[in-house]
Design a protein around this ligand. Structure first.
Ligand SMILES: [Zn+2]
Ligand SMILES: [Zn+2]
Length: 349
């Protein structure tokens, strides 16, 4: 499989980001990433204006982020050229994206803003709706703002990457829960705005630059195809392959701040057949599943089944055999900080 690492959920001057698409491209070209996905609020104008495409080694893809009339239920949409007109209610846009065969990820689903009364949270509230594609389990901006207090403001501003610990327990628990009834893929994102806003007199400056955020949370996709230099004229096909990988959960989330997660793998073998993250494996009761995880650079590897840690190992590899059904995924930690989060391998009868 071929691995591509990207940064998802970026706002430009087409909505409330402070940087132009050119500035974002420049920042992205200075760090080692393969693709970026712009998601301006309720607009796909960057695509209409012709920005999508290859820029040397970098793919720029344009999606968008929707919200309802109460500015809740933010939804990241990929693979469509059209923005729905009726966005009063999340139901309308989930139905729209499904009907048009796009894919969508619930953004910052459990956002809380304990310490910032003037900046409300934008959580997901419509859990009655089931036709979303997946969930954003880790959002840099959301975590950064959520932990902000008067006391730590300066420190968090100076060390935006160091301030990030791990996806919230609540979000991971929720993700594990919704995965019980169907496969729900996860992505990680930065939600970059490079904000220049006044957070109480103190923050009257750019909170952090795009380039810095491009060195934090990334989503790595695994594709069958090699998106090499030779194949660059096939942008639309390559873009679809990335979307397909995100939709199937053939992907994992890594925080680059703790090291490049490139090369991480989580797979399962049943009766000589191999499966990867995002796959559903059907097996007989007594068939043994051989799980295997490879971790570049090494770390504290945890194997979870239905959200519970069932096995831990330190190092660059983890092997584990079982006959039990369930959803299995990997978390890798560096000290107390979360580094890598795999999608699930579902073992079913
Ligand atoms: Zn949002
Ligand atoms: Zn956003």
């Amino acid at each position: 499989m071929h691995e591509y690492k990207g940064v998802i959920h970026i706002h430009s001057t087409y909505s409330d980001g402070s940087g132009s698409v050119e500035e974002i491209l420049k920042a992205a070209s200075e760090v080692d990433i393969d693709y970026i996905i712009l998601t301006d609020h309720n607009t796909i104008q960057a695509k209409t204006d012709g920005y999508e495409g290859w820029y040397n080694d970098l793919m720029l893809i344009v999606g968008y982020e929707l919200n309802d009339k109460d500015d809740k239920n933010h939804y990241l949409v990929f693979g469509l050229d059209e923005v729905p007109k009726d966005i009063d209610d999340a139901k309308n846009y989930l139905d729209f994206v499904e009907k048009k065969k796009g894919i969508g990820f619930i953004a910052h689903p459990m956002e809380k803003r304990k310490n910032l009364n003037m900046h409300p949270a934008y959580p997901w509230t419509r859990w009655d709706l089931e036709n979303y594609t997946g969930i954003e389990i880790w959002n840099h901006m959301s975590e950064w703002v959520e932990g902000l207090t008067d006391k730590n403001k300066l420190n968090r501003l100076i060390h935006p990457l160091k301030s990030i610990h791990a996806p919230s327990r609540d979000t991971l628990r929720l993700w594990d829960r919704v995965n019980r009834s169907r496969s729900v893929p996860a992505i990680g994102s930065v939600d970059a705005h490079a904000h220049k806003q006044d957070l109480g007199g103190f923050f009257n400056l750019e909170i952090f630059a795009y380039k810095i955020l491009f060195k934090s949370i990334r989503t790595h996709v695994l594709l069958d195809d090699d998106i090499g230099l030779k194949k660059r004229h096939r942008f639309d096909k390559q873009k679809k392959e990335i979307f397909e990988a995100l939709k199937c959960g053939h992907s994992f989330v890594g925080n680059y701040y703790h090291g490049d997660a490139k090369g991480f793998r989580f797979s399962a073998q049943v009766k000589k057949k191999k499966f990867i993250m995002g796959d559903t494996v059907q097996k007989e009761k007594n068939d043994v599943v051989n799980f295997s995880a490879q971790v570049p650079l090494g770390g504290e590897i945890r194997l979870l089944r239905n959200g519970e840690v069932i096995h831990e190992e330190n190092g660059m590899e983890m092997l584990y055999n079982t006959r039990d059904f369930g959803n299995y995924r990997i978390e890798v930690y560096k000290g107390k900080k979360g580094w890598i989060y795999s999608n699930n391998i579902r073992i079913i009868l």
